[in-house]
Design a protein around this ligand. Structure first.
Ligand SMILES: [Fe+2]
Length: 253
C-alpha cells in the first residue's frame, strides 16, 4: 500500500523565493518573470523544481492507475487529473493562487482582474501516443491562465497563441511558445490558443484557470453576456451572487 503524501506550498522551492513576501516588487518580478511575447502579454516564469515535478508526476500516475472515480479535466482534454479530486486544491493550488499568483497577476494583468482572483479550476492534462496528442484552438473559461510543464521527456506540443478571441483575424499570426519543464506560461484566458501535436514521449502539464468574480459577474467570458446563474458546488465556474453595496443602520441610534 502506497503511503499517502501531504502536499504543501512549502514543497515548491522555486516559489518560496516569492511566497511570504507581502507583494513581489517590480525588481523581483523583472528577475523572475520573462516576457515570452510582450506584445501578446504572454510571460514565462520558473515555478517548480525538477524533483518537485517528478514527485507530482508519480502522484498523478498513481491516481490515474487507481480505481478512484475520475472526471475529465475539461471539455476538450480526455486524459488528465482534476486537482481537487486528488485532494491538492486546498494544500497546494489555493495557496499558490492567493500567496504567489495573485500578487504577480495584479502587476502583470491589472486590467483583467489580476488583483481580484478569488477562485480557480486546476487540472493536469496528459498527451501521449494513442491518447490525446494535440489541442485545438480555443479560449479558456478563465480571466487568466498559468500552464506549467511537468514533464516527462517529450518533443513537440508547443503552445501557439493568437489574439483575443473577439478580435477579427485573431489567428492571423500565431506565436509559438515551447514548453520548458518546471516553467509556467502566463496568458489571458480570452487569448486564442492551442497545442501543436506531440512528437515523441509523454507530456503532462498543470493548467490553472484563474478567475475573478469581480470581472466575470459583470460579463461572462464565454458567452459575453450578463451571467444567468444557477447554483453549483465548490467554486462552480467562479461567479458569485454579489451582495448589495449599501448597508442599513437604525436611525434611532
Ligand atoms: Fe486553454
Amino acid at each position: 500500500m502506497r503511503k499517502p503524501r501531504l502536499w504543501d506550498v512549502k514543497d515548491v522551492p522555486r516559489l518560496t523565493r516569492l511566497v511570504g513576501r507581502p507583494k513581489p516588487t517590480p525588481a523581483l518580478l523583472a528577475d523572475t518573470v520573462r516576457p515570452s511575447a510582450e506584445e501578446k502579454r504572454i510571460y514565462r516564469l520558473p515555478v517548480f523544481t525538477a524533483p518537485f515535478c517528478q514527485a507530482l508526476l508519480q502522484e498523478l500516475e498513481h491516481f490515474e492507475q487507481s480505481d478512484m472515480p475520475k472526471g475529465r479535466p475539461n471539455t476538450m482534454n480526455n486524459y488528465g487529473v482534476l486537482l481537487h479530486e486528488l485532494g491538492l486544491d486546498e494544500p497546494l493550488v489555493t495557496p499558490l493562487r492567493e500567496r504567489f499568483l495573485q500578487p504577480l497577476m495584479a502587476l502583470l494583468y491589472p486590467d483583467c482582474g489580476g488583483g481580484w482572483l478569488d477562485s480557480h479550476r486546476a487540472f493536469v492534462v496528459k498527451y501521449a501516443p494513442g491518447q490525446d496528442r494535440e489541442l485545438g484552438c480555443h479560449y479558456d473559461n478563465a480571466e487568466l491562465t498559468i500552464n506549467v510543464a511537468l514533464g516527462k521527456a517529450f518533443t513537440g506540443g508547443a503552445l501557439y497563441f493568437g489574439g483575443l478571441f473577439q478580435a477579427p483575424s485573431a489567428l492571423a499570426r500565431p506565436l509559438e511558445v515551447a514548453h520548458v519543464v518546471g516553467q509556467g506560461i502566463l496568458h489571458r484566458g480570452g487569448q486564442l490558443h492551442g497545442a501543436r501535436p506531440l512528437g515523441t514521449g509523454e507530456r503532462w502539464n498543470l493548467v490553472i484557470w484563474l478567475r475573478a468574480s469581480a470581472v466575470r459577474n459583470r460579463l461572462c467570458p464565454m458567452c459575453c453576456r450578463t451571467p444567468d446563474l444557477v447554483d453549483d458546488e465548490g467554486f462552480g465556474d467562479g461567479f458569485t451572487r454579489e451582495e448589495p453595496t449599501t448597508v442599513d443602520l437604525c436611525v434611532l441610534t
